[in-house]
Write a protein that binds this ligand. Structure first.
Ligand SMILES: Nc1nc2c(ncn2[C@@H]2O[C@H](COP(=O)(O)OP(=O)(O)OP(=O)(O)O)[C@@H](O)[C@H]2O)c(=O)[nH]1
Ligand SMILES: [Mg+2]
Length: 418
């Protein structure tokens, strides 16, 4: 375990709901998940970051002194640094300087299990590294000065860069295969008209616990950040007897590094393609509103901001104030108070899921003439056929169909409503 000094930075002018304490607390959680031993967490309020060090040079000197005195091995920043800032800080402080994205990438690398997950993390790491190598090159050629010094440096750099780009392209290509496979699986499910529901939410909210409880699975559950990196999909039977597919997904975080969202797009397709989202929110967390905000931001970025949502306010076993719970119910869309761990109100959650699907469907009794028999295929594919009687004039069908389709059908002159 590396003895680390944390530096929590806040910019004066940046409009942000997160207080110093919140940012500091989350940084500490990330660090302990990454396996760092936190020595201290110092704060730094800035007017404006500087291009060369991010923080002022006086502050950097102060940190340097503290690190020498306390034999600290790494300094971890709560913000992102440019390659130049990071390198300059390392020069001044004399030890390793890590920024927020790098810290999160480290955790992801530690937690990736499946080959796809590992590839996605490697892709994000290389994409993070690439512009930093370019930065190094510029510095190298500037400080090298004399004839012959910048030349070989640049050449090696060029080779490194090319190698990394090639690796990035290779990884993207390999990841496409996984994405394609997933697409085929999804298509199969769609053909069978099995509705899909994705569990989304802030990291550590209890998504995997809920999947385990509802489907008797054994997804890894831990009180740490980013435990789940791979999407796991399980079948679940609703009280009505209908089956759905429930998927667990990677957790979100405030200001999730863009590289990671990009790299995990394939895994997150499950969210984009889902018919319904269950937003799992830790109702016992003091920052749950900020968590919800961060989740909405990522959902929008993924293009899933308009999906129907049930808000599962989880961990109510840890909330003793009933007033607070009532307030939460008012503040969130389509809410249900649950505890995944102590199995409270899970029936109510499933009822909500069921309702959300029937709300999209409409019940119809119609006569399909023999000339339009091909419609039966569509009904089995897109709807739920309750009863079909083949008569001389055609098929008398009782079925549930998505509302939009039902409207279209009833406008057709050949179809008679019974
Ligand atoms: N008290 C209580 N704890 C819960 C509840 N649900 C989950 N937890 C705990 O919360 C922690 C995180 O649970 P996970 O299911 O791993 O959370 P997650 O959302 O899958 O987290 P990531 O995969 O890291 O994004 C674990 O320690 C769980 O035991 C609950 O209803 N009540
Ligand atoms: Mg999980």
């Amino acid at each position: 375990m590396e003895k680390s000094l944390l530096v929590t930075v806040k910019l004066k002018n940046k409009r942000e709901n997160w207080s110093f304490e919140d940012i500091a607390h989350e940084l500490e959680e990330l660090c302990s998940t990454a396996g760092a031993q936190v020595f201290d967490n110092i704060t730094c309020l800035l007017e404006k970051p500087t291009a060369n060090l991010f923080i002022g040079s006086g502050k950097a000197e102060e940190i340097s002194l503290l690190c020498q005195e306390e034999k600290i091995e790494a300094v971890i920043f709560s913000c992102d640094l440019t390659g130049t800032q990071q390198r300059n800080l390392e020069d001044v402080i004399g030890i390793k300087v890590i920024d927020r994205t790098q810290l999160i990438l480290d955790i992801f690398a530690k937690h990736a299990r499946s080959p796809e997950g590992k590839m996605q993390v490697e892709l994000a790491q290389l994409q993070y590294l690439l512009p930093r190598l370019i930065g190094k090159g510029l510095i190298l050629s500037r400080t090298g000065g004399g004839i012959g010094t910048s030349g070989p440096g640049e050449t090696r750099l060029e080779v490194d860069r090319r190698r990394i780009r090639k690796k990035i392209d290779g990884l993207k290509e390999d990841l496409k295969h996984y994405s394609l496979h997933r697409k085929t699986m999804r298509k199969k499910r769609q053909e069978k008209t099995i509705p899909t529901v994705a569990l989304v939410g802030y990291t550590n909210a209890g998504k995997s616990t809920l999947l385990n409880t509802l489907t008797a699975s054994d997804q890894l559950v831990e009180n740490s950040l980013f435990t789940t990196l791979d999407t796991a999909s399980k079948s679940l039977q609703l009280p009505s007897g209908e089956n759905i597919i429930l998927s667990d997904t990677v957790g979100f975080l405030n200001n999730l590094p863009h590289h990671l969202i990009e790299a995990f797009k394939a895994t997150l397709e499950e969210v984009v393609e889902a018919d319904l989202l269950i937003h799992v929110l830790d109702a016992s967390h003091i920052r749950l509103y900020e968590h919800a905000e961060a989740v909405f931001t990522v959902l929008k970025e993924l293009g899933a901001g308009e999906k129907p949502v049930i808000t599962a306010l989880n961990k109510i076993d840890l909330v003793s104030d009933p007033d607070k719970l009532e307030h939460l119910k008012i503040d969130f869309n389509n809410p249900v108070l649950i505890s995944a761990k102590s199995r409270q109100n899970l029936g109510e959650l499933l009822d909500k899921v069921e309702k959300s699907f029937t709300a999209r469907m409409r019940e119809l009794s119609i006569l399909v003439p023999n000339s339009r028999m091909e419609l039966m295929d569509l009904f089995y594919r897109e709807g739920k056929v309750k009863d079909a009687q083949y008569t001389q004039e055609g098929v008398r069908v009782k079925l549930f169909l998505p509302k939009i389709l039902a409207e279209k059908l009833l406008h057709s002159k050949e179809i008679t409503e019974l």
